[in-house]
Structure formats: structure tokens, C-alpha cells
Design a protein. Structure first.
Length: 160
């Protein structure tokens, strides 16, 4: 019996704009993030964040976000204020409540297990069939499970 082929592997580019791997796939959808309140703390030093999809390395100052279902993820310090705004009385850069911004993303629901290497080149995520490969349009890719995707994003158009 031959060994199973490795799952598809996608790499975040770290460069602005949507990736060709998602944007040129005819099955992709455009979606907008719902404005939702989330809780944020900022890493005081380098650490590892346990996400449902794998371990993610955070640098000092990166945001550690807790979503409405209790899931956690990291957002780099450089990209955080493009994705979230503080909810008063919290000030930008302070821990506390933040509101997600209604940013447009592209997403592709995967039919097989897959993996993503984040823009840091170290953090590695694993997705399952039915999970979404999400392209944030800023050079970063991510994995979002179907239940979280359904409550986090509004699909703007269906694949043609």
C-alpha cells in the first residue's frame, strides 16, 4: 500500500492583496466580517497561542483575541488596528473589549484536510474537510471552522 499523499499546503505571502490561490479558484466566495465584540489582551512577551487549528507563535505586542465561542487566535500588532477598534472606555492598545471591523475577505470551503503556514513562516495550522481557507487580503491566510465561519461572516456572493 502506498503512503497517503500529504494534504494541500497553503503559504501566507505576507504581501498586501488577495492570494491567487484563493482569488482564482472558481469556488471562492467574498464575505464580510460581522461587527462583533471580542475580548483582547496583548502579549507582554513572545508566547505560543493554542488555537483550534494549531499552535501560533506571538511576538510581544501581538493581540491575543478571544472570540464569542471562546476560541483564541493571534493578530499581529501591525495588522490589529486594521481589523479591530476599541470599545470605549478601552483605548487602542489596552486590553479589553474591541469591535471587529466589517472587512471583506475571500474564502474557499475545503473538501479535504489541508494545512496553512502563516506569514511568520513558523506557525502551522491544520484544517479539516468543511473548514474554510480564509484570505484576509493583507497577505495572511487562516483557517476557520464551518460553525465559526457561519456566525462570523456574511457571504456577499456565491461561487459562479
Amino acid at each position: 500500500m502506498s503512503p497517503a499523499a500529504p494534504p494541500p499546503l497553503f503559504h501566507s505571502s505576507g504581501q498586501p492583496g488577495f492570494s491567487k490561490v484563493v482569488s482564482t479558484d472558481p469556488r471562492h466566495v467574498a464575505a464580510r466580517k460581522f461587527e462583533r465584540e471580542i475580548h483582547v489582551r496583548f502579549a507582554p512577551e513572545a508566547c505560543t497561542v493554542h488555537t483550534p487549528e494549531g499552535l501560533v507563535h506571538a511576538r510581544a505586542g501581538d493581540a491575543i483575541v478571544t472570540g464569542t465561542a471562546g476560541e483564541t487566535w493571534r493578530v499581529s500588532q501591525a495588522r490589529f488596528l486594521h481589523k479591530y477598534r476599541p470599545v470605549p472606555p478601552v483605548l487602542a492598545g489596552e486590553a479589553g473589549a474591541y469591535m471587529s471591523l466589517p472587512n471583506r475577505i475571500l474564502a474557499l470551503q475545503m473538501q479535504e484536510p489541508f494545512e496553512v503556514v502563516l506569514a511568520d513562516g513558523i506557525s502551522h495550522l491544520t484544517g479539516r474537510a468543511g473548514d474554510w481557507l480564509v484570505d484576509y487580503g493583507d497577505g495572511s491566510l487562516g483557517i476557520v471552522t464551518q460553525p465559526i465561519f457561519a456566525t462570523t461572516y456574511e457571504i456577499l456572493d456565491e461561487p459562479s
